[in-house]
Design a protein. Structure first.
Length: 459
């Protein structure tokens, strides 16, 4: 995704340090990757645990209210007690299973059936408990628990279980109403609302309203779950996209791409002051000729693994890897008031770590290696270039070009790391304190720079 070598603009006077990405590669997702589905399933498993505890709380509340409520003498509560006991055992079993493994769909479907069956068994038992005709249970407030059980299914972000719960609830209540009407006879059916409320009569419109409410609430929740599922999939996918982008870009760039309020287009840039740090390995080509390809790549990976965390720790962003070279920016993607000081602090630690790494390579049978670095600060432009199908975030400015030239100039001075005198003074003003005095080389003839310039030997 990122280019392999730096691009030159305006006849080589301006270096473009870029991290590229292909728009089409990010947008073409014909189906959800397995890792996205796995993340969603993991979230659903956690939801099952939450649902199980909520159901346990519901049955405990229902049981408490039942046992403390006064009952008429001679009332038969055996069915109610049995239903509560069965539901409690099933719910505890579900809690244990939810913690033990991912519940398969058939268990989830069976759970919906048990929930509704036992709830309606409890409601049906009311007329026996209070020694009343079956029409008595049609006014039981326990019907409201139906909506709790339907709503619980939304936590899985699967509309099918919401629809299943709502469908069973509507069918169950239709059966309950039909059974009550059949057993009590047509003389108990009324259209008088006052008589309905003060007797055991049946109001057809009231039962129709209950069934219609169950179906409407189910449809609304199923629609909300479907929309939420799409949002969940998008959120999880974007989370993985940020994670993937962070492997090719610095985290700050990845977040910038994902959080962009509008489409990223070429030609938009921001000017700001920043520092550019370049490092590469001297004699790496010689090492590559001596060792097998796998060994070369292993050493290169170790070298990058040692130095990249140092750059990031000091607030730098790795802009790109140029073979054995690393280019980093300080203050480009995210403005900071200490960009020059941060770059030089990073360079101090980089050189120390590179020396230790080089000793390890030599002790392992490799040729002696030496890491060279260069730091330059100045006004840069940070933005995107490219066309509709491929864009690159770039840093454009003299500092980027000069930093690379200073790396090569180390060979002429016999140094390990250099900085321009202006960058050095700026870093001191920003709070940088060198571990030991550094030497300034006035009027140094840096290759590729038309006029002699003052440079500071950082290491």
């Amino acid at each position: 995704m990122a280019g392999a070598v730096p691009a030159e603009l305006s006849g080589g006077d301006v270096m473009v340090a870029s991290a590229g990405f292909t728009v089409e590669a990010l947008s073409e997702r014909p189906q959800l990757p397995e890792r996205v589905n796995a993340a969603i399933r993991s979230e659903q498993d956690r939801s099952e645990i939450l649902m199980s505890w909520i159901q346990l709380a519901v049955i405990c509340t229902f049981a408490t209210l039942y046992f403390i409520a006064p009952k008429p003498a001679g009332a038969d509560g055996n069915i109610t007690v049995a239903a509560i006991a069965i539901y409690f055992v099933l719910t505890v079993t579900r809690v244990v299973m939810a913690y033990s493994f991912s519940l398969p769909p058939w268990i989830l479907a069976l759970s919906v059936v048990f929930d509704m069956t036992l709830l309606f068994a409890l409601i049906w038992s009311f007329h026996l408990q209070y020694d009343q005709p079956p029409s008595f249970y049609l006014k039981a407030p326990a019907l409201l628990y139906v909506f709790i059980f339907i709503a619980l299914r939304t936590l899985r972000f699967e509309a099918r279980f919401v629809l299943m719960a709502g469908g069973l609830a509507a069918a169950g209540w239709l059966f309950m109403a039909g059974y009550a009407g059949y057993t009590t006879g047509p003389e108990m059916i009324t259209r008088d609302y006052v008589y309905y409320m003060t007797s055991n009569s049946i109001l057809i419109g009231a039962e129709f309203d209950k069934i219609a409410s169950i179906l409407v609430v189910t449809a609304i929740l199923a629609t909300a779950v479907t929309r939420s599922r799409r949002l969940l999939e998008r959120t999880v996918s974007e989370g993985f996209a940020v994670e993937d982008l962070s492997r090719f870009f610095a985290p700050e760039i990845a977040r910038r791409i994902v959080a962009q309020g509008q489409d990223i287009v070429a030609g938009a840039g921001e000017a700001r002051d920043a520092a550019i740090l370049n490092i590469d390995v001297r004699n790496f080509t010689m090492l590559a000729r001596k060792l097998p390809p796998d060994a070369v790549m292993q050493i290169l990976a170790e070298y990058q693994a040692c130095l990249v965390p140092i750059i990031r720790r000091h607030g730098g962003i790795v802009d790109k890897f140029l073979g054995d070279g690393i280019m980093a920016t300080f203050g480009a993607a995210a403005p900071t008031s200490t960009y020059a000081a941060d770059a030089l602090r990073a360079m101090d630690e980089l050189i120390e770590e590179a020396r230790r790494w080089s000793i390890g390579v030599e002790e392992g049978g490799g040729v002696p290696l030496r890491v060279n670095g260069g730091v330059a600060a100045g006004r840069i432009i940070f933005g995107a270039v490219g066309d509709r199908t491929r864009l690159e975030y770039t840093v454009i400015g003299d500092a980027a070009n000069l930093s690379a030239k200073l790396v090569k100039h180390n060979k002429a001075l016999g140094s390990e790391a250099l900085a321009t005198a202006e960058t050095w003074q700026l870093a001191l003003a920003q709070g940088y304190r060198p571990p030991q005095p550094r030497m300034t080389v006035p009027d140094s003839a840096v290759a590729g720079v038309s006029e002699p310039m003052d440079v500071v030997i950082v290491a």
